[in-house]
Ligand binder design. Structure first.
Ligand code: BGC
Length: 739
């Protein structure tokens, strides 16, 4: 045993020293380039342009950009993609005096050529291996197309479904969000940067952007340090620990200071406390936007504040390019600050191997081979299946029999390929998406499918209802596909009303009035409010925007070829008035203990406190039982790990996957603690009758909380543990007393 330990120890020490030696070697190369650089050339490395115009038809802007690239005034381009274009633009950069290669970056958010489910959907899978795999495929495809760097993952915690960008993240929970952040970073980058089929990731938007006031994009954020450290920062820390190459700051202010000009965030926390070695890119024009915020009186002051606060690269403000040289010459910015930023960027260019071969990623043969690889479709299908959440299934309405003869497919999203792709589709051919209609047709070839739109997504007319009702009357099964269009979520797509747009809920009511059982498939980039459907539909399948293979995955679920396993990564409110709503709330001094008694309690007089569908909720075609709970210690020491194990059994008739969830409550502490917090989870596949023992581990880190003055701390006392199938469906309970 001792021999094994000493071997592992030596191996780890050897690997660490190798890593150290490699770092030193790259640093030396960076220094040797730095010595050759003039101040304008250094500043050029901090400048990032969007290349939409640079490859297009001739224009003044195009000439301006090309000229800057040729003169070494640009470090990176976003929005240039494809081997042909990246090669062409790189060749121009190599005409510059020092021939420093460009970094090509792009928003590869949920796939490049192959479109995966939107990130929020994929997070509903709680399946870290498929999440990692989909990021790997996105990296393979985009790397083969000359891209070095994606602006993903977005790791912003979001508790407000009005905010359109909830679609881009992992939902409301810090623990789940941190695990997913790690999986995505490792998927994009691999274990070590520099492989030709992986790309640099970017943890964004640093920080607290998901808490934009009132769910309105680009709005301010006011938040206690305790909330910031406990809820919003951990996914960024997880990305850092996973080796994320870059960070992006955010559009919002944090307690009055724009994130882009925020030293506390970028210098104190990221670069000092976390010892982060990558670089920070600003968000699009966020440096110059500090002027309309009223934080910098002009572009010069914006550049000064941003660089001093630790924003290394300027995306599309041209603030650094136009102002930094003057700021150094008049003594307002120390050249050392600029050197530090440049070094961080050059380091990544070396790590990617671009100084050795600037065209490494731009290989035509590889591009042709990688794009359209059929094996990626399988990954996309698996991700889409796992992202689907079965919200309701009264009387086992689902799955449908494959012998069903006559199926009415009703609603505006039955054949809506573009919508199904969701926001942030940068390259894919959306005509190739498999729609619900195509998926069902493929699945039940002999059935007669009657497709009726009934109403368009944002229609105000009910003229199409009649046909829809007739189709339902004549059908053996009725499936309605309703929801938002792709452009109602994403950046700058905040809504004050998150109910189904247009006349869709009325269409549902009309169809339901036929008396036929109605199955509703909902597509959206956020949680929606759909109260009559909750009450009246026989089954509800939440399908978000599932990308390429959406229709096949939905058909698999409808006809039982895939047993749904997704769980909500975000609470679904009953109405917008409940927002922000999340499962890990505080008890208050006046909690509602009996829903019938709300007088002078922390309650609403017109709606319950609890959500329509809770965080962690999601049904299956089988049933699971939880039993045999064991705890490694009921009286552990402060530095001891506590193990909780239990038996999970598939008690139903079909194979299924369950996401077992561990919640914890620190009952009394010097900072009020939430009623429960997710601390671990496991996604487990079980055959009918099969059992597995599952063990969760609570580390001291998981027991700690953030105190405004004292920082992270852990206190003795009672900790309650709850294991369940959803945050509101706890199956086993226990507790321990920390010494
Ligand atoms: C978004 C970023 C994105 C950038 C570049 C900004 O508007 O906030 O998330 O990466 O544009 O496209």
């Amino acid at each position: 045993m001792n021999k094994i330990f000493s071997f592992i120890f030596l191996l780890t020490a050897f690997m660490a020293s190798q890593g150290h030696a490699q770092r030193k070697a790259i640093e030396q190369r960076v220094d040797s380039v730095m010595k050759l650089m003039t101040l304008p050339e250094k500043i050029g490395q901090l400048n990032q342009y969007s290349g939409r115009e640079v490859t297009g038809p001739s224009s003044d802007r195009k000439n301006y950009l090309l000229n800057d690239i040729k003169n070494g005034m640009v470090g990176s381009m976003l929005n240039v993609k494809g081997v042909k274009d990246t090669r062409e633009i790189q060749a121009i950069a190599l005409q510059s005096r020092l021939k420093i290669p460009l970094l090509f970056s792009l928003d590869v958010i949920h796939g490049y050529k192959t479109v995966f489910p939107i990130p929020l959907a994929e997070s509903a899978s709680w399946d870290l291996s498929i999440i990692r795999k989909s990021a790997e495929v996105a990296a393979e495809e985009s790397a083969a197309s000359g891209i070095h760097w994606t602006f993903a993952p977005m790791v912003d915690i979001a508790r407000d479904p009005r905010w359109g960008r909830v679609m881009e993240g992992a939902g409301e929970d810090t623990y789940l969000g941190s695990q997913i952040a790690r999986a995505r970073v490792l998927g994009f980058q691999g274990d070590k940067l520099g492989s030709v089929d992986r790309i640099m990731a970017c943890a964004k938007h640093f920080a607290a952007y998901g808490a934009s006031m009132a769910g309105r994009d680009y709005n301010p954020v006011d938040m206690s340090r305790q909330q910031l450290h406990e809820i919003y920062l951990p996914p960024f820390k997880a990305a850092t620990d996973a080796g994320v190459a870059t960070f992006m700051n955010s559009f919002n202010t944090l307690n009055g200071i724009p994130a882009t000009g925020n030293s506390y965030l970028q210098r104190d926390i990221l670069k000092k406390q976390w010892n982060y070695k990558g670089f920070v890119v600003s968000d699009w024009a966020s440096i110059k936007e500090m002027t309309p915020w009223g934080f910098a009186k002009n572009l010069s002051e914006a550049a000064e504040k941003a660089i001093i606060a630790g924003s290394d690269m300027d995306m599309e403000s041209e603030a650094y390019k136009k102002e930094l040289e003057k700021l150094v010459n008049n003594g307002k910015v120390d050249v050392k600050i600029i050197d530090e930023a440049v070094k961080r960027i050059l380091y990544k260019k070396f790590e990617l191997g671009l100084f050795d071969n600037p065209y490494r990623f731009s290989d035509e043969k590889r591009e042709q081979k990688v794009m359209n690889d059929p094996k990626y479709k399988e990954v996309a299908k698996s991700a889409a299946q796992r992202s689907i959440v079965l919200l309701k299934n009264a009387n086992n309405t689902l799955p449908l029999s494959k012998a069903t003869n006559n199926i009415a497919l009703i609603g505006p999203l039955v054949n809506a390929k573009r919508d199904q792709a969701g926001s942030w589709v940068v390259y894919a051919d959306t005509a190739n998406m498999v729609s619900v209609y195509e998926g069902v047709k493929q699945k039940v070839k002999a059935a007669k499918l009657n497709v009726v739109e009934g109403t368009a997504i944002t229609d105000t007319s009910t003229a199409g209802f009649k046909d829809a009702v007739n189709a339902a009357k004549n059908a053996d099964a009725v499936v309605m596909v309703l929801g938002e269009n792709w452009d109602m979520s994403g950046e700058a797509k905040s809504r004050t009303d998150i109910s189904l747009p247009g006349k869709q809920e009325e269409l549902f009511n009309a169809v339901k009035a036929t008396g036929k059982p109605v199955i509703v498939v909902l597509m959206a980039g956020r949680p929606l409010v759909f109260n009559s459907i909750v009450e009246e539909a026989d089954a509800i399948v939440y399908a978000w925007f599932l990308g390429d293979q959406g229709g096949n995955a939905i058909a698999d679920v409808l006809f039982g070829d895939y047993n749904p396993s997704g769980k909500l990564p975000i609470s679904f409110p009953r109405n917008v008035g409940q927002i922000p709503i999340f499962y890990n709330f505080y008890n208050t001094g006046r909690p509602v203990t009996k829903p019938t008694d709300i007088r002078y309690k922390s309650a609403y007089i017109d709606a319950p406190n609890d959500p329509q569908y809770a965080f962690g909720h999601g049904l299956s075609y089988t049933t699971f039982s939880y039993s045999d709970l064991k705890l490694s210690s009921t009286n552990p020491q402060k530095n001891e790990n506590v193990k909780v194990s239990f038996k999970l059994t598939n008690t139903g008739k079909v194979i299924g996957e369950e996401v077992a969830q561990l919640y914890m409550q620190d009952t009394f502490a010097s900072v009020v603690r939430p009623v429960k917090e997710l601390k671990d989870f496991a996604k487990v596949t079980l055959k009918p009758g099969e059992s597995k023992e599952i063990t969760f581990e609570l580390t001291p880190e998981k027991l700690s909380f953030y105190h405004e003055e004292k920082g992270w701390m852990i206190e003795p006392g009672e900790f309650r543990l709850m294991i369940g199938t959803a945050s509101n469906d706890i199956k086993l309970k226990t507790s321990f007393e920390l010494k």
